[in-house]
Design a protein around this ligand. Structure first.
Ligand SMILES: Cc1cc2nc3c(=O)[nH]c(=O)nc-3n(C[C@H](O)[C@H](O)[C@H](O)COP(=O)(O)OP(=O)(O)OC[C@H]3O[C@@H](n4cnc5c(N)ncnc54)[C@H](O)[C@@H]3O)c2cc1C
Length: 503
């Protein structure tokens, strides 16, 4: 056998694992990535420039969700490149809150308390600001706090208008207090998005003789015999043997690979002609943040749209549980200026950050070239609808408050003709998008939790030598963007597993 460990997917989590696991020169690590692997300084502009969000078609998996209850499909973006979705995201570097980890504990999950994960959050970052109690100074990921001065006039107007409505100003969302408004922390340096292919897989790390990174290598399935994973098969039929397999293919990729390998809901697999080897609830707990864009045309004299991100209000609906912050209003310029009559626009996007609606990821076919079926099942509860609409009303209230209101020409979306609750609900549902934060399709859980697929260190139940470590194992979606929490999860597990071949 040539490799001790094969990691499938070099995204937010996979790049972390490739670096950490190859720190021991005795361990031979292979990282397989379906997309290309650019040099750290060689990413094309479509991926490198932080103001361009979502990448391009050449580096996207092209997934579309099912229309479902909201009546339309959504482009579920995922980066297909070394760095994964961290190479196409908005580079907002915010951590899950202690209240998020408290909910994990309520599920019986141990080892992931707010105090325990804080050390892993500190370990991942290099932040030249903030209190050392919260921040790391020497981690691979460069994180910078946007200042009010660096914001465009309209983004600053958003912060000031929100503060004028009585919300607290937050200088550092990654410290003790999150309830309020302030500029984003970003993993951006000199306008370049620091994806994990850059931050974790530096030229020096890539030179390690015991680490091989193989691009353009798409995995079909995990090879399992006698209840043990012994390698993977690529879509082109190549077999690769390894002592242990880690799936880090993301919230759509990892469940799809598991199911093609016979690990998933047995009835569904049989119906597709796949022989089940472990009947587990893979793909049954898809969670994501529903997202609605309240858009304003900027007045021509305030048309600046760079930097694109931004600032955020993190707050709670009237129905939030105690201690929870279940709404975001995120202010960015991620909008085509040509679509604005004034040549400039600002988006106040509302997200429900603690949705109770749960969706699914299923296989459409045993053929790895066929995309999985993604059903977000957004707004399937009345409470989710009410809370999201409360957020959109708040966003429009900010939109009508000075100084923001003085900087914009008019509201473009949903537009002034939308006034009644029924009109607003119809407009929000018709244009609903995802925040692109899919999680929990291969959820971790305590022993005895029948809805879990992996244990608290990512080991797949009942299969030896197989782990899943990426956004799919988060037991539920955190109330914030998911990149930092995914990177943290990889750091957290990498530091705790002592024998990767056992599970
Ligand atoms: C447009 C967009 C904007 C976002 N904005 C933010 C933001 O500003 N802040 C934030 O915190 N989060 C953001 N997110 C979410 C965040 O980026 C993701 O939660 C995070 O990157 C997920 O990490 P992951 O390791 O689970 O998966 P990914 O990073 O997606 O990595 C999976 C990797 O596996 C590879 N792969 C998949 N299948 C296979 C296969 N069969 N064989 C081989 N390789 C495979 C993929 O190509 C990819 O490289 C955004 C996401 C998107 C798409």
């Amino acid at each position: 056998m040539e490799y001790d460990i094969v990691i499938v997917g070099g995204g937010s989590a996979g790049a972390v694992l490739a670096r950490r696991l190859s720190e021991s020169s005795q361990r031979r690590v292979l990282l397989l990535e379906a997309g290309p692997a650019y040099r750290p300084s060689g990413y094309p502009d479509a991926l490198a420039l932080a103001d361009r969000v979502g990448g391009d078609a050449a580096h996207d998996w092209g997934y579309k969700s099912e229309a479902g209850g909201i009546g339309h499909a959504i482009h579920a973006r995922r980066g297909r490149v070394l760095g994964g979705s961290s190479a196409v995201n908005a580079a907002v570097a915010m951590r899950a809150r202690p209240a998020d980890f408290d909910r994990w504990a309520q599920r019986g999950i141990t080892g992931w308390s707010a105090a325990e994960v804080l050390q892993s959050f500190r370990k991942l970052e290099s932040a030249p600001y903030g209190d050392e109690a919260w921040h790391g100074r020497e981690g691979p990921l460069q994180v910078r706090q946007m200042t009010s001065k660096a914001l465009t006039p309209s983004l600053r107007g958003f912060v000031d208008a929100t503060a004028a409505l009585g919300f607290e100003r937050i200088a550092d969302f990654n410290a003790e207090t999150q309830h309020g408004v302030g500029p984003y922390p970003l993993n951006v340096v000199d306008g370049v998005r620091q994806n994990t292919g850059i931050a974790y897989l530096t030229a020096e790390v890539r030179r390690r003789p015991n680490l091989e990174i193989r691009p353009d290598a798409e995995v079909d399935r995990v090879m399992v015999e006698g209840g043990r994973a012994y390698g993977v098969r690529l879509v082109d039929g190549t077999l690769i043997a390894a002592g242990a397999v880690i799936l880090s293919a993301g919230a759509y990729g990892s469940p799809a690979i598991l199911m093609r390998s016979g690990i998933g809901p047995a009835d569904e697999l049989r119906a597709l002609g796949i022989a089940p080897i472990a009947d587990l609830p893979v793909g049954r707990r898809l969670m994501d943040h529903p997202f609605y864009y309240n858009v304003y045309a900027l007045r021509r004299e305030f048309n600046a749209m760079t930097p694109a991100a931004g600032a955020i209000l993190w707050t709670r609906s009237h129905e939030a549980a105690p201690g929870e912050l279940d709404l975001h209003v995120s202010a960015t310029h991620i909008w085509d200026p040509a679509a604005s009559p004034t040549g400039g626009a600002i988006v106040l996007a509302t997200a429900l950050t603690l949705p109770e609606s749960v969706g699914t990821v299923r296989l459409a076919s045993a053929d790895p070239r066929v995309a999985p079926r993604i059903d977000f099942n957004f707004l399937s509860t009345a409470r989710d609808r009410r809370r999201l609409l409360e957020g959109v009303r708040l966003s429009r209230q900010i939109g009508a408050t000075a100084p923001f209101a003085d900087l914009v020409a008019h509201e473009m979306e949903p537009g002034r003709h939308v006034q009644t609750d029924a009109e607003l609900e119809a407009a929000v549902v018709a244009a609903l998008d995802t925040y692109q934060h899919a999680t929990s399709t291969v959820p971790m859980g305590a022993d005895g939790d029948a809805s879990a697929v992996v244990d608290t260190l990512g080991a797949v139940r009942g299969i030896g030598g197989l782990r899943v470590i990426d956004a799919s194992i988060l037991p539920e979606i955190p109330s914030v963007a998911t990149n930092l929490t995914t990177i943290m999860a990889a750091e957290h597990i990498a530091a705790r597993v002592t024998d990767w071949s056992r599970s």
